[in-house]
Design a binder for this molecule. Structure first.
Ligand code: ATP
Length: 298
């Protein structure tokens, strides 16, 4: 897999605040890479560093296997601030001004307006746009010149459900066309719906990264009790969906990689000589799962 971005041990401090702490990440071509973390976890600082808007105190990063330069910057589009365009100009003219600044021709403007669904409103002034349309215009502007990578910071912040759905579909379409996406979000649900890879940040540190399907997989757990806890723990480990377990005072909590039915689990253990005195299912929402991950890393 071709590496698009590699971040090596970057750190950034603001006074006493460690905004980014020895962070390393690798993004490969075609990924929709989510940087997920609560407010203040260092997402925007990280994006600002890799876009060369601020300098890291330590560490380095490479774009496309090389130290970034003016040419590699042209291969990257980004939206990291609120959309800001000339209010009395229509989107076409606003994009022409962006193209002038970026030293691109105008021939890509119709394509990005169509892609972002703004072609029907290309004669309307920017000030008449809804916030969702403004955000789509910001994405259109970042897509001018067909960048290989699109970087987005909290792309659905402040949008209503319809606006969120529009942006989500747009990101997926852009990714489908072959653009690598790197997006920061504090919304677990958003990352789960859009991204295929995620890095979870907390207090500037990476807790872990991996495929969304693996990292954020909902794992149900069961609380099990038996007169012989040791045999119970040994037997449950043999279950094909077993992931891990925690021992409590008189029960064990068992996590599974996939859905397991209580009756089936009971029968499985019974067949291995374990008689349960207690069985209760514990369902965790994704939100709880994420919070647990953060708490375990305080
Ligand atoms: P949010 O979603 O709230 O923007 P974030 O995950 O993007 O959060 P950052 O904006 O990168 O986090 O901020 C990380 C930490 O660094 C926070 O504690 C923030 O207050 C602090 N910080 C960021 N920029 C500055 C700055 N220019 N001066 C001082 N502190 C800053």
């Amino acid at each position: 897999m071709e590496t698009v971005l590699s971040i090596n041990q970057i750190s950034k401090q603001y006074g006493k605040i460690q905004a980014v702490n020895e962070l390393s990440l690798e993004v490969t071509k075609g990924q929709i890479f989510g940087i997920l973390g609560p407010n203040g976890s260092g997402k925007t600082t990280t994006l600002s560093i890799i876009l060369d808007l601020i300098k890291a105190d330590q560490g380095s990063y490479e774009w496309f296997g090389e130290t970034p330069d003016k040419e590699s910057r042209k291969r990257i589009g980004s939206v990291i601030e609120s959309p800001n365009f000339y209010p009395y100009l229509n989107p076409t003219v606003n994009l022409q001004l962006v193209a002038d600044i970026k030293d691109f021709g105008y021939d890509d403007i119709d394509r990005v307006l169509q892609l972002t669904g703004l072609d029907e409103r290309k004669k309307s002034k920017f000030r008449t746009f809804s916030f969702g349309m403004k955000q789509r215009l910001a994405i259109a502007s970042a897509l001018l010149g067909k960048p290989e990578v699109l970087i987005l910071d909290e792309p659905t912040n402040g949008l209503d459900p319809q606006g969120i759905a529009h942006i989500r579909e747009l990101i997926l379409e852009v990714a489908h066309q072959g653009t690598t996406i790197i997006m920061a979000s504090h919304l677990l649900d958003e990352v789960q719906k859009i991204c295929n890879h995620v890095a979870v940040l907390h207090k500037g540190k990476k807790l872990f990264d991996g495929k969304v399907s693996e990292v954020l997989a909902i794992s149900d757990s069961f609380e099990l009790g038996s007169a012989d806890p040791e045999s119970l723990a040994s037997a449950v480990k043999l279950h094909p969906a077993y992931q891990s377990h925690k021992s409590n005072a008189d029960t064990i909590q068992v996590f599974f990689k996939e859905k397991v039915k209580p009756g089936e689990l009971n029968a499985f253990l019974f067949e291995r000589g374990v008689i349960l005195s207690h069985l209760s299912e514990r369902k965790r929402t994704l939100e709880q799962h994420f919070l647990e991950l953060l708490q375990n890393n305080q």
